[in-house]
Structures are given as C-alpha cells and as structure tokens.
Design a protein around this ligand. Structure first.
Ligand code: MN
Length: 254
C-alpha cells in the first residue's frame, strides 16, 4: 500500500514536472495553472490514461463575450471527445513505445512517429486545456509585465499585435488555431491547421515554438453565438484573455 501511495504521489508530482512550459505556470500561478487541468492516471500496466480537466470557472463566467451553451458543448462534448479518442488511439501504440509516454509532452516529442489519431487528439486535449486557462471572467485589458515589453518591442504596440494576431486567426482556412509563440526568446504569430500545436515535433508545422496565447478558430468555438462571423468572435476574445497566464507561459519558456 505504501508503495502504491508513494507511486501515486510520484505520478502527481511528475504530472506537474513533465509538462514543460505549462508546468512552470503552475508554480507561479496557483489559481489558473494549466497543469492543474491536465489530469491523468497511470494504469496498472504502466499505460497512461488522460482525463477531462474541469473548467477553471463556471460555464457562464465568460458571458456576454463567450456564451454559456458554447462553453458547455465545447468543454463537455468536444474536449471530452478529444480525451476519449486520445485514450483509444493510445491503445493502438506499440507497448514498448507506450511505456515511455507519461505526459502530453512525451507524445508531442515523438509526434513524427505517431499515428494521425494521436496527433489530432493529443493536440485537441492539450490545446483546449491550455485555451481554458488563457481566458477568465473580467479578463482582457492589456498584456502585463515582461510579455507587454516583448509585444511592444516586437510589434511596436499592443494594437498592432492585436491586428496581426486577428489577421492570423481570420486567415486560417477551415479549422485550426491562431498562436502567439516564443521560440528562443523571439515572439511570433501564426496559425496551425486542425489540432496541431506549435510545440509538436513535426517538420511541416507552419509555426514553431512554445505557446503563449492560443485562440481556437474551429467553428464549434463560436458558431452558436456568432454563426459565420469569426471576426466578432475574435473581438470577443480580447475581452476575456487571461494575460497573467500568457505572461507566465512567456517568462517560463525563455
Ligand atoms: Mn475547440
């Protein structure tokens, strides 16, 4: 029993330690750390099973900018489906490879060797877990601290940054994500298709680096409230951004 308990403790601790940039957020931002929302269990055979994290606020907390029904369906149905399908997809992985996987970071690090179902669903799970923490009730405003300095140094002003980020989000054809990432201290804006994440180990990614800000531009993220008007949804996003989380992701990635 003692062994089992200490193993569980170790798993809990390593869950916090193996998530790279996201883990560092947990240390400095106890209320909104992304790691607290990426939950997993290690099964008896050593395989990992991921669980749906709870939203860090109520479903209606982002009203009127992001509506309650969208948040319910987005979290409980869409995000849950990525978790369920990731666990199913991992069952198809060679046990010799699987035994080396204990985190999403591990999966991202060998993504070029993974089947597409793992790529889509590990991405979906990670991206949504991060996305929830990058929003908060009464959020928005302007970036803070070191991130504010870096945005101003890179883009000249917050307004110019917003314009370029919104442009990336608008121009993503079909489903995907807009990103602000940091790579070797340098910020860049771009987008990825489907559920790809800029920190996946893949040659073909259009943007690479550690995510600092993420915006889901799949229609499921906005269609109930905004229908085809993606631009309105992007404008709403600026009212709920959690700049503290973004700053923590930025400073811990450098
Ligand atoms: Mn989504």
């Amino acid at each position: 029993m003692d062994n089992e308990n200490s193993r569980r403790d170790f798993i809990k601790k390593s869950a916090a330690l193996t998530l790279g940039a996201i883990a560092a957020t947990a240390v400095v931002n106890k209320t909104l750390a992304a790691t607290e929302f990426i939950e997993k269990e290690i099964l008896a055979d050593g395989a990992v099973k991921f669980n749906l994290p709870k939203l860090p606020y109520e479903y209606d907390a982002l009203e009127p900018h992001i509506d309650k029904l969208t948040m319910e369906i987005h979290h409980d149905k869409h995000h849950q489906a990525y978790v369920t399908n990731l666990n199913k997809a991992l069952e198809t992985i060679d046990p010799n490879v699987l035994k080396n996987i204990s985190s999403l970071d591990d999966i991202f690090g060998m993504m070029d060797k993974m089947p597409v179902a793992v790529r889509n669903n590990a991405g979906g799970h990670s991206n949504h877990s991060l996305f929830w923490t990058l929003m908060k009730p009464h959020g928005g405003g302007i970036p803070t601290d070191k991130l504010a300095e870096a945005i101003n140094a890179t883009y000249g002003s917050f307004e110019e940054f917003k314009k370029q980020f919104a442009d990336a989000a608008m121009k993503r054809f079909g489903s995907g994500w807009a990103w602000l990432v940091v790579n070797k201290g340098k910020l860049s804006i771009g987008s990825t298709a489907n559920q790809d994440n800029p920190s996946m180990h893949l040659d073909a990614l259009e943007i690479k680096g550690t995510p600092v800000l993420a915006l889901d531009v799949w229609e499921h993220a906005y269609y109930l409230k905004n229908q085809n008007r993606r631009a309105d949804y992007i404008n709403s996003f600026w009212n709920v951004v959690n700049w503290e989380t973004a700053n923590n992701l930025f400073t811990s990635a450098k």
